[in-house]
Structure formats: structure tokens, C-alpha cells
Design a binder for this molecule. Structure first.
Ligand SMILES: [Zn+2]
Length: 165
């Protein structure tokens, strides 16, 4: 494993349960607008806001649910500002917040946000076929992303997927 940013991890654990109603913007690595942190030594990097809701909020209702921001601030990981949302709700939120990226017209064309969603889904153990269907891209492309042959700079794969060694 890379073993970097133990400070970020410490910060996460020290603040995730903060008694605050303010936005808590992630002060360390940001990827695609979202905070990114390894919450366990040697663990996979995860998105800070997702980890925060998983730890502090209600259980994820289904694998189709993802974390949505009520505050419209992607870097915020205050779980009070987060909720589980169906993917379609979340996309609507993003459109309303003016952050919607071009919806894929062509097979296999993915926005940065999509790549992060795919990376997250892979880390959560969703099957590659399901992911490909959900994003309207080929199973082959999901394989390449998982292998770190596409978008590795965004995902940290394959190391991030296997948890390093
Ligand atoms: Zn917030």
C-alpha cells in the first residue's frame, strides 16, 4: 500500500462524529470534487462523504442507493447533510445544482463523476455486468477500469481495488 496521509485518516475519525450543522469540507485529497481517504490503515481509499454516512447515518437501503448531498457541496462530509438517494434522484439533484455533466449519448463515454461512481460500485462489490448496464457502457470498459487500464488516475485502481499489499 502507499501508506500516505495517515493525517487525513486521523482527521476523518476525529471529525466524522462532530456535533456540527455546518458544512464540513474535506481538507485533504479531493477527487472529482469529493474528499477521498483511506479510513483504515492499508484499506481502500473511499469517498469521505460516503464513509461518513455509512458510519453515522442509517444503513444503505439498497445497492442502488448512493449518497446525495442536501447542501450541494460535494466536498462536505457532514453526515447530517447527506442522505441515501436512488441514483435517479441524485442525478436530478445534480442537474438542479447545475453540476450535471453531459449525459452519455455514446456507448462508453463516461464523465469523471461516472468514473467515480463506477469505482465506488466496484469497491462495494457490485457486479461488473450490473455496473455496465447502469452506465450504458460495455462490460469490457468496466473490466479495463477495474484493471487500472482506463482512468487509473481517477480511481487509483488496480491497487485501490485490491486494497494494496
Ligand atoms: Zn454540507
Amino acid at each position: 500500500m502507499a501508506g500516505r496521509k495517515p493525517k487525513a485518516r486521523d482527521h476523518f475519525w476525529a471529525t466524522v462524529g462532530n456535533d456540527s450543522n455546518e458544512c464540513m469540507e474535506w481538507p485533504f485529497a479531493i477527487d472529482g470534487g469529493y474528499g477521498r481517504v483511506r479510513i483504515e490503515p492499508g484499506g481502500k481509499p473511499v469517498r469521505a462523504h460516503v464513509a461518513a454516512l455509512e458510519l453515522m447515518g442509517p444503513p444503505r437501503p439498497s445497492p442502488n442507493h448512493e449518497v446525495a448531498h442536501n447542501c450541494g457541496n460535494p466536498a462536505c462530509y457532514n453526515w447530517r447533510h447527506l442522505r441515501w438517494a436512488e441514483r435517479s434522484d441524485n442525478l436530478m439533484d445534480r442537474a438542479e445544482q447545475g453540476r450535471s455533466r453531459a449525459i452519455k449519448g455514446k456507448k462508453g463515454f463516461l464523465s469523471r463523476g461516472d468514473v467515480f461512481e463506477i469505482a465506488n460500485s466496484l469497491m462495494l462489490g457490485e457486479t461488473r455486468r450490473e455496473i455496465a448496464e447502469r452506465f450504458g457502457c460495455t462490460r469490457r470498459l468496466i473490466d479495463l477500469i477495474a484493471q487500472g487500464k482506463r482512468h487509473a488516475k481517477l480511481t487509483g485502481f488496480p491497487e485501490a481495488l485490491t486494497g494494496g499489499s
